[in-house]
Design a protein around this ligand. Structure first.
Ligand code: NAD
Length: 262
């Protein structure tokens, strides 16, 4: 553990799931810029992951690649061991990996397979990975700030009936973050839920024109798409302990989209 570049925060090692591209990659890079050593996870066979590792190393940071499907609970113990062994400790977990629905459509047509898949990847995987990491963190007395940061979605509070199972999976994460906040505070582990609005990534590429039009029509007070780097900055700030007297807190990164307006 060493002094990081953000304020006087002590930073250490962070594990970021789904760090191959999009928000996860930007979070991994921002954490490295803040002084964290980064263990970057993505699906086995991901060619994107190598680019994230290269980007961090080019900037002078330290990174370790950790392939693994977070929905595969049998793989979790191995992931935890490797994440710990990469740099000797773990101070931060960022639950970022997630998927959208295979096909947007009427919620009256949602299939059990699609529902189960979204819950497996977006909720069941993060819940049990967090559990495995929390158990290990709880065994240790930490010197510095420790956190578990979960990337949910504006769909915790915005209903999109063409992606019902996505909205439900993300709503579960909101409660998960609060539950772990209460359970882990005695161990000196703070939790945060980061709630992105509409962010320009491959996940939202299918709806690019729709959101271009909506932003032009005043969808959010800050009239632009969110960029992955907007999330990177927010997560790095939280992970560095800037808000250390808050836990279970929600940070919206949505350009003001969630403000009720009249
Ligand atoms: P993305 O699809 O561009 O990237 C997701 C990454 O996660 C990919 O690299 C993918 O391979 C990886 N991944 C998927 N399933 C995985 C698994 N089972 N195990 C390990 N890695 C896995 O998506 P993104 O837009 O960067 O989204 C990142 C997170 O932010 C997701 O949880 C998403 O739901 C959430 N989010 C995104 C937006 C947005 O507008 N883009 C808005 C709200 C929330």
């Amino acid at each position: 553990m060493h002094e990081g570049s953000v304020g006087t925060a002590l930073v250490g090692t962070a594990l970021v799931t789904g760090a191959g591209r999009g928000i996860g990659r930007a979070v991994a890079i921002a954490l490295a810029d803040a002084g964290f050593k980064v263990v970057a996870n993505d699906l086995p066979g991901s060619t994107d992951l190598a680019q994230t590792l290269a980007a961090i190393r080019e900037r002078g940071g330290q990174a370790h690649g950790l392939p693994g499907d977070i929905s595969d609970l049998a793989r979790h113990q191995g992931l935890v061991e490797e994440a710990w062994n990469a740099f000797g400790s773990l101070e931060c977990l960022v639950n970022n990996a997630g998927i959208s629905v295979a096909r947007r459509g009427d919620m009256l047509d949602v299939t059990p397979d699609s529902f189960d898949r979204l819950i497996e990847v977006n909720l069941r995987g993060p819940f049990f990975l967090t559990q495995a990491i929390a158990r290990r963190m709880a065994e240790q007395v930490a010197e510095g700030f420790r956190s578990i940061i979960t990337v949910s979605s504006i769909n915790v509070e915005f209903a999109s009936p063409d992606r019902a199972e996505y909205c439900i999976s993300k709503s579960g994460l909101a409660m998960m973050s609060q539950l772990y906040a209460t359970r882990l505070a005695p161990h000196g582990i703070n939790t945060y839920e980061v709630r992105p609005g509409v962010i320009r990534t491959q996940m939202t590429a299918v709806a690019r024109e729709k959101y271009d039009t909506l932003f032009a029509g005043g969808l959010a007070p800050i009239a632009r798409w969110g960029e992955p780097e907007d999330l990177g900055r927010a997560v790095a700030m939280l992970a560095s302990g800037a808000l250390r007297y808050t836990t279970g807190e929600v940070v919206r990164v949505d350009g003001g989209l969630a403000i009720r307006r009249l």
